[in-house]
Write a protein that binds this ligand. Structure first.
Ligand code: MN
Length: 257
């Protein structure tokens, strides 16, 4: 009880910051584009119901439409065929949406190579410096990619060979999924997998391994530069869509000053 009241006090006094890791959701919010012949996710859109006018004199509201995987969102285990019998987004225990977060900063690597892949050796080097990846924790892969997040073209960074965005090697995806007890992987890019991951020997290894191991993905995160390497607590709050494979998600971090 004492801990919770000091947490609340810290939030009120500002000694604990609440950092919003969520990208704004609007019709221009970038979305994943898959090669033919696969189906495409929808962008966010909204239509006005009334705006303090004859359709409703005292109120303003909208209907909205969006893909489950549009903008900052959570991938539920049933998003991938490897996790098809595991939880949908409404079934994820709420306790598993909140946990300690660590930041793996590979901005310099990504600036040198947009196709940079985090490998097991990078993770082990990080662990040697900062400790084991936290059980029941979020691993946040910082690439600086969120600075491109207001424009579909620069965010997807695609040419005739497909999108070029950073991600994880097959071995690293395997390691996180099967040799750690994390909740999931958070990234700044449009999806947890690298842009070129459609052509990997195991295609989309983050999706295949993490979802199959009952772990989650968080995408299009912002403000990772405002988090400490260790010590933040992240809360991910997807909509409780029954049978949903994911949902746009408000992702908040608590950081002690
Ligand atoms: Mn997704």
């Amino acid at each position: 009880m004492a801990d919770l009241s000091s947490l609340a006090q810290g939030i009120v006094s500002g000694s604990i910051s609440v950092i919003d890791l969520t990208a704004p959701l609007n019709p221009e919010t970038p979305v994943l584009v898959l090669p033919e012949p696969w189906g495409q996710t929808a962008k966010f859109s909204s239509t006005e119901i009334s705006n303090y006018d004859e359709r409703g004199p005292w109120w303003y509201w909208n209907n909205f439409s969006t893909g489950e995987h549009t903008g900052t969102h959570l991938d539920a285990p049933n998003h991938w065929v490897s996790g098809k019998d595991l939880d949908d987004v409404s079934q994820i225990p709420p306790q598993r949406l909140v946990g300690p977060a660590v930041v793996l900063d590979f901005v310099a690597h990504t600036q040198a190579d947009p196709d940079f892949l985090l490998d097991v050796t990078h993770i082990k080097e990080w662990e040697a410096k900062h400790g084991k990846l936290p059980a029941h924790g979020w691993v946040l892969f910082r690439t600086g990619w969120s600075s491109r997040g207001n424009a579909q073209d620069t965010f997807l960074n695609a040419d005739e060979t497909g999108p070029h965005t950073p991600g994880l090697s097959i071995a690293a995806a395997n390691y996180l999924a099967h040799e750690t007890d994390i909740l999931g992987l958070g990234v700044e890019t449009v999806g947890t997998d690298a842009g070129q991951a459609f052509g990997f020997e195991t295609p989309f290894p983050c999706h295949a391994n993490l979802m199959g191991a009952n772990k989650y993905g968080l995408t299009q995160l912002r403000n990772l530069d405002k988090l400490p390497t260790t010590g933040a607590v992240v809360i991910a709050a997807p909509l409780k869509i029954e049978k949903g494979s994911g949902s746009p998600t408000r992702v908040l971090a608590l950081v002690s000053k």
